[in-house]
Design a protein around this ligand. Sequence first.
Ligand code: SF4
Length: 300
Amino acid sequence: MRRIEYAKIVETVARLAIESAYELPGDVLGAIEEARAAETDERARRILDQLIENARLASEERIPLCQDTGLAVVFVEQGEDVCVEPPKSSREAGASVAGGTHRPAALITAAINEGIADGYGRGLLRKSVVAEPLRERANTKTNTPAVIHHSVVPGDELSIYVMSKGGGCENKSQVRLFNPTDSAETVKGWIVDVVREAGANACPPFVVGVGIGGNFEQACLIAKKSLLRGMGEANADEFYAQMEADLLAAVNELGIGPQGLGGRTTALAVKIETAPCHIASLPVAVNIECHSHRHKHAVL
Ligand code: SF4
């Protein structure tokens, strides 16, 4: 069994949170540059130039790409041969950690939240999480809790993805439960409508994450997870790769353009993930991601 120090996870998550806020991934920047080269609308080209300049400044001056530094969404894949070494103080005291126990999942959750709080504090990133959604909406002041998706996989590594998910684009995401008899064309038409409704409010150009199948919640989860795939990487299944290409062409025909001011660059990519589903169901979720498509990855 391989042991990974609790403190190492905290430190790694903090670093990923800061880097995510300051550095646009290279493939996302590359996609914006490619869109700039292909864009025919003069105003759209100027906006794409500003996005490229914004990414350069953020990275060089170590400042956030956007004032909304996001809700931290963390995908953690724990190898089955990995365990987490509790913090020294808690080992000595034989005490519980962060309200949990020494169970691995509780330790990982505590370490991730500690890392997010540390990273958002040290990186001077806006804290955007409220403790309760409807009455007081008091800010937790640490940007925690993060939304954590934990899974156990074969191997002895701990893989951690930190995504800084903006609120404006998340608000424009939708899920719909189709009839299983609905056609691919009907589904595609709805996805294009979701992008049309998102419009300028979700800060285009978008990366459009689509989850097809599973059930109500799994469709949303795989839509989110699809956003982690590399920008130039198509779905491995030819049918869905073609659907991604068709959808990208269709949404770019909408004319929304960068920041909603017109042009052909409404989206940089469409990513589809699928899952098996019930014979009576055809869930489809669309997770809209803005041009500030921030995520970082580390393997321990
Ligand atoms: S949607 Fe994205 S670019 Fe727009 S304000 Fe939110 S994080 Fe920033």
